[in-house]
Design a protein around this ligand. Structure first.
Ligand code: KG4
Ligand code: ZN
Length: 335
C-alpha cells in the first residue's frame, strides 16, 4: 500500500489530497481532499489573472496541506511520497505548488514525484474506475486543453488530435462572456442552453467531416458573436445552438479518432468540460455504437483537483519513479 500526498496549483484551484493507492473504492482511494477555488477573485477580470492566482496559492496551500493531513488522521511521516504538479500551467502557481512539494519532501525525507497536470487528467478515470485497463481512448477537454489521446500505459500517450485555435472550455467561456453570463462560463452556458432551442440559430461546425480528428472553435465563437450582435435571437437560443454545434464537432472528431486508434478498452472523457451533461449523453451514444463503455469520472474529479495528481503520483510510485529535488517547473509541457 502507498499513501501519496498530492498537490495542485497550476491554474486557479489550490488543492491538496491524500491518496491510498490500495483503496478499493473511490472513497477509500481518496482518503481526504480539499479544493479552494479562486473564481471570486478572478471574476471581475473575466479570466484568470496569473499574479493574483500565484499569491492566493501562496496564502492557501500551506495551511490546506495541514488540514488535509488532519482530515485523513495522518501526518507527513505517514506519506510514502509527495506528488506535485510541475506543469504545464501558469508558471507562478506551478512554482508555488512544486516548491512546497520539494520543501515537504526534503523536510520529511520522502521521494518527490513531479506530475504533468495533463497526465493527472489522463489517469484520473483510473482513480474513479479501478477496473479501467490500458489502452483507452481519452477525450481531454478543459479550459486550456482540447486533445484526444490514446492512453497506452503510464507515460505512454499517443496524441491523435489537438485544437488549432481555442480549447472547448475556452469556447464555452467566450460564449458566456459574449452572452454576459460571467466567469467561468461553461456551467452557465449549459444551464441557459436547457431553456433554448438548439436549432434556432444556424452556426458552423468547423472541421466536421475532415479526415484528421483535430478541433477548431474560433470560427464558431465568431459566429456566436455575430448572432448576439444581430440582436434578433434569444440568449437561450444562442446558448443552446452554440452547445449543439460544439458537441456536434466533438462527437464527429471523436468518431474519427476511434477509427484511427488501435483496439481500446473504453472511451474516456476527462477535463472540466466533461462535467457537461449534454456532452456525456452524446458520448454515451457514440461509445455504445462502437461497442465500448464510456467512462466519465464524477464531475469533481474532472475539474482541477489534487486527487488526480496524487493518483498519478501513486501510479508512478508503484513503477519506482521519483524526481530529483531540482526538477524544474514548466509552463509548457506536452504529454
Ligand atoms: O479542467 P478545468 O477545471 O481547468 C483547466 O485545466 O482548464 O476546466 C475548466 C473548464 C472551463 O473552461 C469551464 O468553463 C469548463 O471547464 N466547464 C464546462 C462545464 N463545467 C466546466 N464547460 C461546459 N459545461 C460545463 N458544465
Ligand atoms: Zn486541468
Amino acid at each position: 500500500m502507498a499513501l501519496i500526498l498530492g498537490i495542485e496549483s497550476s491554474c486557479d484551484e489550490t488543492a491538496a489530497a491524500v491518496i491510498d493507492s490500495n483503496g478499493e473504492t473511490l472513497a477509500a482511494r481518496i482518503v481526504a481532499q480539499r479544493i479552494a477555488s479562486q473564481d471570486e477573485m478572478h471574476r471581475p477580470y473575466g479570466g484568470v489573472v496569473p499574479e493574483i492566482a500565484a499569491r492566493a496559492h501562496v496564502e492557501v496551500l500551506g495551511p490546506m496541506i495541514g488540514q488535509v493531513l488532519a482530515d485523513a488522521g495522518l501526518t507527513l511521516d505517514d506519506m510514502d511520497a509527495i506528488a506535485a504538479t510541475a506543469g504545464p500551467g501558469l508558471i507562478g502557481g506551478v512554482m508555488v505548488g512544486l516548491v512546497t512539494g520539494k520543501a515537504l519532501a526534503m523536510a520529511a525525507d520522502k521521494p518527490l514525484i513531479a506530475i504533468n497536470h495533463l497526465e493527472g487528467h489522463a489517469l484520473s478515470p483510473r482513480l474513479a474506475e479501478p477496473s479501467l485497463a490500458y489502452p483507452y481512448l481519452l477525450l481531454l477537454v478543459s479550459g486550456g486543453h482540447c486533445q484526444i489521446l490514446e492512453v497506452r500505459g503510464l507515460g505512454d500517450y499517443r496524441r491523435l488530435a489537438t485544437t488549432i485555435d481555442d480549447a472547448l472550455g475556452e469556447a464555452f467561456d467566450k460564449t458566456a462572456k459574449i452572452l454576459g453570463l460571467g466567469y467561468p462560463g461553461g456551467p452557465a452556458v449549459e444551464r441557459l442552453a436547457r431553456e433554448g432551442d438548439a436549432k434556432a440559430v444556424p452556426l458552423p461546425r468547423p472541421l466536421v467531416g475532415s479526415g484528421e480528428p483535430h478541433f477548431s472553435f474560433a470560427g464558431l465563437k465568431s459566429a456566436v458573436m455575430r448572432a448576439k450582435q444581430a440582436g434578433t435571437h434569444r440568449d437561450a437560443d444562442i446558448a443552446a445552438s452554440f452547445q449543439q454545434a460544439a458537441l456536434d464537432c466533438v462527437i464527429d472528431r471523436t468518431r474519427i479518432a476511434l477509427g484511427a486508434c488501435g483496439p481500446v478498452t473504453a472511451l474516456v472523457v476527462a477535463g472540466g468540460v466533461a462535467a457537461n451533461a449534454a456532452l456525456r449523453g452524446a458520448l454515451e451514444e457514440l461509445a455504445s455504437g462502437a461497442g465500448l463503455p464510456l467512462v466519465a469520472p464524477p464531475p469533481k474529479l474532472c475539474t482541477d483537483n489534487a486527487a488526480m495528481i496524487g493518483w498519478a503520483g501513486a501510479e508512478r510510485f508503484a513503477m519506482g519513479y521519483s524526481d530529483a529535488l531540482d526538477v524544474a517547473a514548466r509552463p509548457r509541457w506536452p504529454l
